[in-house]
Design a protein around this ligand. Structure first.
Ligand SMILES: [Zn+2]
Length: 245
């Protein structure tokens, strides 16, 4: 797939309940009959049921949220990769993301402050995607939002484990406990926002291991970033966070 440089910065502000009331959750069931045949995840039928993804259940469709066929293909691909990655660890994506649905946001950004490509609103369980994600091949940010949901599903254990393990790797060099350890964040703001670093680490983990994509570069990726180490440590963190599942 053609890759361009990925931009941006302020993603994934987990929108809190404050705006929940403006977005009634309308999770229209899109019957299989209305989905193109190609969305039936070719070749997936024989696999374990926990990795099976059926896009129809995951879309908000209303007056403002409507989807182009290629956008649905992107979502199908992203979610199948995510389900596959979770399934390797024994997790069922249908359980992890239960109740959530994608809303097609209008315009370039997904929030009112024009800073986010995508946001997840946990209050009404909507993941809002903007033109900046869907028209510009920036689907890394979809994985990022899904990472916030997975962390929440773990009761924040994923975030705790990831940052604890990065501290162990770097030991006494990590002086500032409130920041993400040097090398373990891909984008600037994640240095001082640990859940952001964790969501990016989840995105990178699926991106590299399940989607088979190359390491992404962002405008604000620091020189010292260690993507491979992020993936390795995140794998351990993920297994530790869900050890009891
Ligand atoms: Zn985020």
């Amino acid at each position: 797939m053609f890759r361009r440089k990925l931009f941006l910065l302020f993603i994934g502000l987990a929108v809190s309940g404050s705006i929940a009331g403006f977005f009634p959750s309308i999770t229209a069931g899109v019957a299989n009959a209305s989905s193109p045949a190609s969305f039936d995840a070719a070749g997936k039928q024989g696999e374990d049921s926990i990795s099976r993804f059926d896009l129809g259940r995951w879309l908000v469709i209303d007056e403002t949220s409507h989807w182009a066929p290629e956008e649905l293909e992107t979502l199908q691909r992203v979610m199948q990769h995510t389900f596959d990655a979770l399934a390797q660890a024994g997790l069922d994506g249908n359980a992890v993301f239960a109740g959530y649905a994608f809303r097609r946001g209008q315009g370039e950004y997904a929030n009112n402050r024009n800073t986010a490509y995508a946001v997840v609103n946990h209050a009404n369980q909507e993941i809002v995607l903007s033109d900046s994600v869907l028209l510009k091949e920036n689907e890394f940010f979809i994985y990022h939002e899904l990472g916030h949901i997975v962390d929440r599903y773990s009761g924040r254990a994923l975030n705790e484990q990831f940052h604890m393990l990065t501290l162990q790797v770097e030991g006494a060099l990590a002086l500032h406990d409130w920041t993400t350890v040097k090398g373990f964040y891909l984008r600037g703001q994640a240095h001082i926002d640990k859940p952001e670093a964790t969501a990016d680490a989840f995105a990178l983990w699926v991106w590299v291991t399940a989607a088979g994509e190359e390491i992404p570069q962002f405008d604000d990726t620091p020189e010292h970033a260690r993507p491979q180490a992020i993936v390795e440590v995140f794998t351990q963190a993920f297994n530790a966070a869900f050890a009891g599942e």
